[in-house]
Design a protein around this ligand. Structure first.
Ligand SMILES: O=c1[nH]c(=O)c2ncn([C@@H]3O[C@H](COP(=O)(O)OP(=O)(O)OP(=O)(O)O)[C@@H](O)[C@H]3O)c2[nH]1
Ligand SMILES: [Mg+2]
Length: 192
């Protein structure tokens, strides 16, 4: 029997959105595993690849990992992959204040999925999704990370103020998931 795909994440909200986006009709079994993977430094793709390599060592089968960046254009793309620590220490309102000295409040959210079949020598496949927007004063429920201070371009609501189906239809994660699903539809999952 084929091994299930394992999404390795320690973040319950990411897992929740992953399951919602994947939908119930996805034809493969998905398990999740909370392994506290190290937070790597580097470009988003390098970070996702490094996480994926480590996840393969743990799972020894097909794995998916996700890394999320929030990039402020006025700061040359920072915090980027380091958003977790900025958020932890500053909160959404502190992220907004970080840009108080800049006219440019534009930012983009980036979701990078890295997938490997886990087989010896198998490549790591990358699927990225980007959503452009602005950093605003926090609005809406503070249920998930920086959602209250990110307002996607062309909308007057923050991610936090949107209902989930609206967020999913335009979000960084929603866009990455379209590509990930498309890959599995075309290639299937390995029978190992
Ligand atoms: O408001 C948000 N809307 C989102 O859609 C979203 N996606 C991720 N995040 C936060 O951004 C950081 C990424 O760091 P991250 O990718 O390393 O995740 P993580 O360490 O929490 O989990 P993982 O690495 O075990 O999968 C973490 O603080 C996440 O909570 C989001 N916040
Ligand atoms: Mg992490």
């Amino acid at each position: 029997m084929a091994k299930p795909l394992v999404l390795v994440t320690g973040n319950i909200k990411k897992l929740e959105e992953f399951r919602q986006l994947l939908g119930s009709t996805f034809p493969y079994e998905i398990l999740s595993k909370d392994i506290d993977l190290p937070e790597y430094q580097g470009e988003p793709i390098e970070v996702a690849e490094a996480k994926c390599r480590l996840a393969i060592d743990h799972i020894k089968g097909p794995v998916i990992v996700e890394d999320t960046s929030l990039c402020f254009n006025a700061l040359g793309g920072l915090p980027g992959p380091y958003i977790k620590w900025f958020l932890k220490n500053l909160g959404p309102s502190g992220l907004y204040k970080l840009l108080s000295g800049f006219d440019d409040k534009t930012a983009y959210a980036l979701c990078t999925y890295a997938y490997s079949s886990g087989e010896e020598g198998a490549p790591i496949k990358i699927f990225s999704g980007r959503c452009d927007g602005n950093i605003v004063e926090p609005r809406g429920p503070a249920n998930f990370g920086w959602d209250p201070c990110f307002m996607p371009q062309g909308f007057d609501k923050t991610y936090a103020e949107m209902d989930k189906s609206m967020k999913h239809s335009i979000s960084h994660r929603g866009k990455a998931m379209v590509m990930l699903k498309d890959y599995f539809v075309k290639n299937g999952v390995p029978k190992i």
